[in-house]
Design a protein around this ligand. Structure first.
Ligand SMILES: O=C(O)CCC(=O)C(=O)O
Ligand SMILES: [Fe+2]
Length: 195
């Protein structure tokens, strides 16, 4: 597979592979994951206040290592056959082995993810994050830590794979903004490596 160009102008590396999974595979995987994953709506602490996350999540992984994420601690479920197949597919593209995955289910355009960096210390100095999407298209936004507004955007379509690596998590924040016109769901799997 030819290497796509870096979506970031400096201070990091982000590559989008728009069709790692075919449309047919993607719609099958969307239905299967929507049904079989142990989705939960978890609380999150923002500025000392506990609110519910605006999406469903689940944590899958290699070991029984707990993982802290925005003030909550997640215990992984063991990999399913399909999750392992997805993991192997992206590992050959990323040339990197992942140990864990955070799964996000955006039920419609009102579900979202706020600005953040994936820079938890368990992920090491320069985290490699492999992000797979199935279902409706959503916009992924990037903002440099020194900027007030997003400067880079990408559409994450069904079957796409987004790879973030290098210094990205030191300098850039990312988010999935609300898009109220979207009525269909999207499932995202962000594969990570816990050291
Ligand atoms: O849904 C997405 O594409 C983003 C997910 C994300 O940033 C995360 O899980 O850390
Ligand atoms: Fe993230």
């Amino acid at each position: 597979m030819t290497k796509p160009k870096n979506l970031l102008p400096f201070d990091g590396e982000v590559y989008l592979f728009p069709a790692l999974f075919t449309k047919e595979e993607s719609s099958k995987l969307y239905d299967l994951l929507a049904e079989s994953i142990q989705w939960k709506q978890e609380p999150i602490v923002i500025f000392g206040k506990q609110i519910m996350q605006p999406r469903l999540t689940a944590w899958y992984g290699d070991e029984q290592k707990p993982y802290s994420y925005s003030g909550i601690t997640m215990h992984p479920h063991p990999w399913s056959k399909e999750l392992l197949e997805i993991k192997h597919r992206i590992e050959s593209v990323a040339n990197h082995i992942f140990t864990s995955a955070l799964l996000n289910f955006y039920r419609n355009g009102y579900d979202s993810m706020g600005w953040h960096k994936d820079n938890e210390k368990e992920l090491g100095i320069n985290p490699v994050i492999g992000s797979v999407s199935f279902g409706s298209d959503r916009t992924f936004c990037f903002k440099h830590a020194k900027e007030k507004t997003p400067t880079q955007k990408a559409t994450l379509n069904s079957g796409s794979f987004l790879l973030m690596k290098g210094a990205t998590q030191h300098h850039w924040l990312h988010s999935i903004p609300k898009e109220p016109k979207i009525t269909e769901g999207r499932i995202n799997l962000t594969f990570r490596t816990i050291i």
